[in-house]
Ligand binder design. Structure first.
Ligand code: ADP
Ligand code: MG
Length: 902
C-alpha cells in the first residue's frame, strides 16, 4: 500500500546528506514513523545505526515490530527497540526505536554517539523535556565533533516556524499534506447528576456509562467504521471494556483495550487491520503515535493523563487533565483518514472554547532536577548558555537546583559532587538515586530499593476491605513502608488475585506493579554488585531512617505535642500526621506523602512516614543545624524575652524563653520593627516631630550649600531604633523621649540654620505672627485671616528668600478664601472682590476700602508666659528642656507647650 510519505521519497533522500538537518511535517498516518527510518537506512550488516526516538514505550515497540516485518527480518536483528526494562536489538541492528529516556542515557554514556549515523526525533510536537534537551545536544554535537551526523525532526502538528529558526538556516523543511476527509463533530456534554432515592446524594454518571450511551448512538449509523475511544487511563479503559462487552448492542463487535500495560501481542491485535467491526478503547497513544486503519468514528472523553510536577509527593506524576483544543483536533482527525467520519466529544461546545489552544511544553510542567543533573554530569554547567528551545522558568530551575543541593548532588557553587556523578549514573530520578546510594552507604540496599519503588508507584492500600494498614505494622520497624512490604508479601501469597487482595484492602494491580518496580531496582543494585541482604525493617531501622533522611530532608516533620497529631513541617508548613502511622511515637519523622488540606490555613496531611532521631540531623546535615541565642516578642505582655533555640533549617527542634539576659540591641531592633509597623505607638512622636523633619528636608534641598543631612526613611528607622534602645517592654518605651535623639542628629550650627532659615513662625506686620506649616509634600504655608495680613504687602519668604510661603488668605471663619504666593497682586485686585463677597456676611470685622491707609488695632499679647519670663527665643531644643525639666508639666498635666505652639 502506498503512503503519502512515499511521494517525497526522492526529495528526502536528496536532502539526507551527511550532516543534514531535516524538518519533516506530515499528518498522522502518512508513514513517517515507519517509512522514513527505512528510507534513510539501507539494509545490510554494516553501516551506521539509525536511532528513532519515540515518546512512548508502546509506540517504540509496535513500530519496531511492524518495520522489522516490512523489512523482512526478525525483530531484534535488522530492526530493534530499546525501552525501559525491555529491549530487543543486536550488533546487526540498523534501525533502533527507543524512548527519549533511554536516549538520554545513551547520550550520557556515549556523548559522541559513535555508532549512530542518523538521529530521528519522532512526534516532536509532544515537546517532551528529554527530547528538547536531546535535540539541542545533537545539534551542538553536529556543530562540533560529529559534522556527519544526520538529524531529522518529525511531527504531525508542529508549529514549525519557531523550530526551523531554532535549528538554524541550513535546515531543510519538507512537508506532505496526506489525505484527510471531513469529520463531523457532535458534542455530548454530561447531564446533571442522577437524583437517587431519598437520603442518597445525587449520583454522577461515570464516564464509562456515558461512553456506552454514545457507542450505542454511533453504532446506529450504517458507515461508522471502526470506533476509536479515547480515555485517560487504564482504569477507565477497563471499566468501559467491561461495560461494552456485557452490553447487547455490541454483540457483533470486537472490543480491544489499548494501553501500555498490555502484552505486546494484545497491543498488536488492537491495532491490526481487521475486516470485522471493532471498538478500540485507548489512551492518548492513538492520538498521533499509532495509526489504526479503518477508524471512522472517534469518541473522545476529552481527558488525558499528563505528566506534571506533584508537590504532594515531590515527584512528577501523571494527573488527569483536560486536553487542549489542538489535541482534540488531532483525536477527531483519526476518524477522517480513509473516509468521512464523525467525532463525539463528551463535553460542551461552549466549554470547548475555554480549553487551552495548546499544551505547554514539558519543560514548563515537570521537575527539572533529573535533566539538570544529567546536563551537569556531561559538563554543561552554565544552564543559561544552554540552547533551550523554550527556556525553563527561573522558579522551577531554582527549585530543582535547591533539591540537587539538598541531595548533595551539587555543592554551593553548583558544581557536581562525587555523589552527583554517581546519582547521574543511576537511571532513576535524583531523589531516588540518592536514596539508593544512601541505602548502600548505610547497609540497607534492599529496603531502599523497596521504598524507592513504593514511593514512585501507586498506593498499595485501597482503604477499602476489612483490613487496614495498621494490621500490617510490625513493631519496631519504624517506617510505614514496612507495612507496605508485608502487604506486598500477602498479595504475593494470594497470587495477586484481585478479589482476594481487594478484601484484604490491597490493590492487586498496584501490588504487582510494586513487585516489578522493586525487582527492577534490585536488578540495578545487583548489576553494580552492591551487597543485598534480606529485607528486615526492625533490624535495619536506624539505617533506613538515615537513608530516608538523606533523600527526603526537605520533608521532615515534628509533632507539636504528644497529645495531638498536629505537626510542624520544614518550609514553614503545618501538618497532621496520619493516625495510623507507626512513626507517631518518634521525635521526628520523614513523610513521603503530603496532601494539602484546604481550610482556613493550609495544612498538609502527612502519610507514609519513617521515624527519625534528632541526633541524626546533626550527624548528616551539620551545616543545617543552627543554634541561636536570640530574642522573641511576647505578644500578650508586649515585651521582648530572651530565646535560645536549636533549628534544623527553618524547623525549630528545641526552644527556651526567659526574661533574663535579653540582648538589648536585639530587643531594640525587635521593638523598633513593631513601632515602624504601627503596632506600638511612641507618644512623644507627634506632629511637631514630623514638622521638624519636614523642615530639615526642605532646608537640605533648598540650601544644599549648607551640607545638611536630609531625613529619609532609613533615618527614621535608625532614630526609632535609637529611641527604643534600652527598652525591653512597651511600657518602658511608650513615654520614651524623642527629642534628645533628634537633637543629636544636628550640631549646634545646624540647629541654628534650621531655626533661622526654616523658622516655625513668620513675622507679619503690626507685631503679628503666623505659624508656618511644613507639609511632608508640597509648599510650606501660613493660614491668616485677611485682617491680620493688613500691612504685609508682599509674600513672606523663608530660606533666605528662596522659598515664598504659600499664603492661605482666610475669611473671618478661618476658611481659606484664596491661596497665593503673590500677596502683592491680592492687595492690588483680589482684596476688593473678597470684601465684596464677605463684608456683608461679617460686618463686625474691619473691611477698609483702602487697607494701605488703615491702621489695625494692636494684637492681643499671646505668648505672655515667655514675655513674663523674658525668654527671647523659642525653639525645639529649648522646648525640650522645658518639657524635661518642668515638674509642673509632668505632674499636673499642664498642656502649656502645646498651647504655646498653637
Ligand atoms: P505516521 O508516523 O506518519 O503517523 P505511521 O508510519 O505510524 O504514520 O503509519 C503508517 C501506516 O502504517 C498506517 O497506515 C498504519 O496503518 C500502518 N501501520 C504502522 N504500524 C502498524 C502496525 N503495528 N500494525 C498495523 N499497521 C501499522
Ligand atoms: Mg508516527
Amino acid at each position: 500500500m502506498s503512503l503519502p510519505i512515499d511521494g517525497i521519497h526522492d526529495e528526502l533522500l536528496a536532502a539526507a546528506s551527511p550532516g543534514c538537518r531535516i524538518l519533516l511535517k506530515a499528518p498522522t498516518g502518512s508513514g513517517k514513523s515507519t517509512n522514513v527510518p527505512s528510507f534513510l537506512t539501507p539494509r545490510g550488516n554494516d553501516g551506521p545505526l539509525t536511532v528513532v526516538i519515540e515518546p512512548r514505550r508502546m509506540a517504540a515497540r509496535l513500530l519496531a515490530s511492524w518495520v522489522a516485518k516490512q523489512r523482512g527480518s526478525e525483530l531484534g536483528h535488522d530492526t530493534g527497540f530499546s525501552i525501559r526494562f525491555d529491549s530487543r536489538y543486536s550488533p546487526a541492528t540498523r534501525i533502533l526505536y527507543m524512548t527519549d529516556g533511554i536516549f538520554s542515557r545513551w547520550l550520557q554514556d556515549d556523548p559522541q554517539l559513535r555508532n549512530v549515523g542518523t538521529v530521528i526525533f519522532d512526534e516532536f510536537h509532544e515537546r517532551r523535556l528529554a527530547v528538547d534537551v536531546a535535540l539541542s545536544r545533537c545539534l551542538a554535537l553536529q556543530e562540533s565533533s560529529r559534522p556527519d551526523l544526520r538529524v531529522v525532526v518529525m511531527s504531525a502538528t508542529l508549529e514549525t516556524a519557531g523550530l526551523a529558526d531554532f535549528m538554524g538556516p541550513r535546515t531543510i523543511s519538507l512537508e506532505t499534506s496526506g489525505r484527510t476527509f471531513p469529520v463531523k463533530t457532535h458534542y455530548r456534554p454530561a447531564q446533571a447528576p442522577v437524583i437517587q432515592r431519598s437520603g442518597l446524594p445525587p449520583r454522577e454518571v461515570p464516564i464509562w456509562e456515558r461512553i456506552a450511551d454514545v457507542v450505542k448512538e454511533a453504532i446506529g449509523s450504517p458507515d461508522c467504521g471502526h470506533i476509536l475511544i479515547f480515555l485517560p487511563g487504564t482504569y477507565e479503559i477497563r471499566k468501559t471494556c467491561e461495560l461494552l462487552e456485557n452490553a447487547a448492542f455490541t454483540r457483533a463487535w470486537q472490543i480491544f483495550p489499548l494501553y501500555s500495560g498490555l502484552t505486546p501481542h494484545a497491543q498488536e491485535q488492537a491495532i491490526a487491520p481487521s475486516s470485522q467491526q471493532k471498538i478500540i478503547v485507548s489512551t492518548n497513544v492513538a492520538e498521533t503515535s499509532l495509526t489504526i486503519d479503518g477508524v471512522r468514528t472517534v469518541i473522545d472523553s476529552g481527558l488525558a493523563r499528563i505528566a506534571s510536577f506533584d508537590p504532594r509527593r515531590g515527584i512528577d506524576t501523571l494527573h488527569i487533565h483536560k486536553i487542549s483544543r489542538a489535541s482534540a483536533e488531532q483525536r477527531a482527525g483519526r476518524a477522517g483518514r480513509t473516509a468521512p467520519g464523525v467525532c463525539f466529544r463528551l463535553w460542551s461546545e461552549s466549554s470547548h472554547a475555554h480549553r487551552p489552544a495548546f499544551d505547554a511544553p514539558e519543560v514548563h510542567r515537570i521537575d527539572l532536577a533529573e535533566t539538570l543533573l544529567l546536563l551537569k554530569a556531561v559538563g554543561i554547567d552554565q544552564l543559561e548558555t544552554f540552547r533551550w528551545l523554550d527556556a525553563p522558568h527561573t522558579a522551577s530551575a531554582e527549585r530543582a537546583m535547591a533539591l540537587l543541593q539538598q541531595l548533595d548532588a551539587i555543592d554551593t557553587q553548583q558544581k557536581l559532587t562525587p555523589h552527583g556523578l554517581a546519582m547521574a549514573a543511576l537511571p532513576v530520578p535524583p531523589r531516588f538515586a540518592r536514596l539508593l546510594l544512601a541505602g548502600l552507604e548505610q547497609g540497607c540496599v534492599s529496603e531502599s530499593c523497596f521504598i524507592a519503588a513504593a514511593v514512585q508507584g501507586e498506593p498499595i492500600f485501597t482503604g477499602r476491605g476489612n483490613v487496614s494498614r495498621k494490621d500490617f505494622h510490625h513493631p519496631g520497624s519504624g517506617t510505614d513502608f514496612a507495612a507496605e512490604y508485608h502487604a506486598l508479601q500477602s498479595a504475593k501469597n494470594l497470587r495477586f488475585d484481585p478479589k482476594a487482595c481487594g478484601s484484604a484492602g490491597i490493590s492487586a494491580r498496584a501490588a504487582r506493579e510494586l513487585e516489578q518496580g522493586f525487582d527492577r531496582l534490585l536488578a540495578l543494585a545487583r548489576k553494580r554488585a552492591w551487597p543485598i541482604e534480606a529485607i528486615d525493617f526492625p533490624t535495619h531501622a536506624a539505617a533506613i531512617g538515615h537513608a530516608m533522611l538523606t533523600a527526603f530532608s526537605d520533608q521532615l516533620g515534628m509533632r507539636l505535642s504528644s497529645s495531638t497529631m498536629a505537626c510542624r513541617v520544614i518550609g514553614g508548613r503545618k501538618g497532621k500526621l496520619d493516625e495510623e502511622s507507626i512513626a507517631k511515637h518518634a521525635a521526628a519523622f520523614i513523610a513521603t506523602e503530603m496532601t494539602e488540606i484546604e481550610g482556613r490555613e493550609v495544612t498538609v496531611h502527612l502519610r507514609r512516614a519513617t521515624a527519625i532521631e534528632i541526633p541524626w540531623l546533626e550527624e548528616l546535615f551539620p551545616h543545617d543545624i543552627h543554634r541561636s541565642d536570640g530574642v522573641a516578642y511576647d505578644e500578650t505582655r508586649r515585651r521582648v524575652v530572651a530565646r535560645k533555640e536549636t533549628r534544623f533549617r527553618d524547623l525549630t527542634l528545641e526552644s527556651f524563653e526567659s526574661d533574663q539576659g535579653v540582648n538589648l540591641s536585639l530587643a531594640a531592633e525587635m521593638l523598633a520593627e513593631r513601632v515602624l509597623a504601627g503596632e506600638l505607638l511612641l507618644k512623644n512622636w507627634d506632629v511637631a516631630v514630623d514638622q521638624w523633619t519636614a523642615r530639615l528636608n526642605l532646608l537640605a534641598s533648598l540650601m544644599p550649600e549648607l551640607g545638611l543631612p536630609s531625613w529619609n526613611h532609613e533615618d527614621r528607622v535608625a532614630a526609632i531604633a535609637q529611641i527604643c534602645h534600652g527598652s525591653l517592654a512597651y511600657k518602658d518605651l511608650k513615654d520614651a523621649p524623642v527629642w534628645p535623639v533628634l537633637r543629636d542628629w544636628l550640631n549646634w550650627q545646624q540647629h541654628q540654620w534650621l531655626d533661622n532659615y526654616t523658622p516655625e513662625w513668620c513675622d507679619l506686620a503690626y507685631g503679628r505672627r503666623a505659624k508656618i506649616s511644613y507639609p511632608a509634600e508640597g509648599d510650606p504655608f501660613i493660614a491668616v485671616r485677611v485682617q491680620h495680613l493688613i500691612g504685609t504687602w508682599t509674600t513672606p519668604t523663608i530660606c533666605s528668600g528662596r522659598q515664598p510661603l504659600l499664603v492661605h488668605i482666610c475669611a473671618p471663619n478661618q476658611r481659606p478664601w484664596q491661596m497665593t504666593k503673590d500677596l502683592a497682586s491680592f492687595w492690588a485686585s483680589g482684596y476688593k472682590q473678597m470684601k465684596k463677597d464677605l463684608a456683608g456676611r461679617y460686618p463686625k470685622h474691619d473691611w477698609p476700602d483702602d487697607p494701605k491707609t488703615f491702621t489695625p488695632p494692636p494684637p492681643k499679647p499671646r505668648n505672655w508666659i515667655f514675655r513674663q519670663r523674658n525668654i527671647p527665643h523659642l525653639n525645639e531644643t529649648f522646648l525640650f528642656h522645658l518639657r524635661q525639666q518642668s515638674k509642673v508639666h509632668k505632674n499636673k498635666k499642664l498642656r502649656w507647650p502645646q498651647a504655646l505652639l498653637g
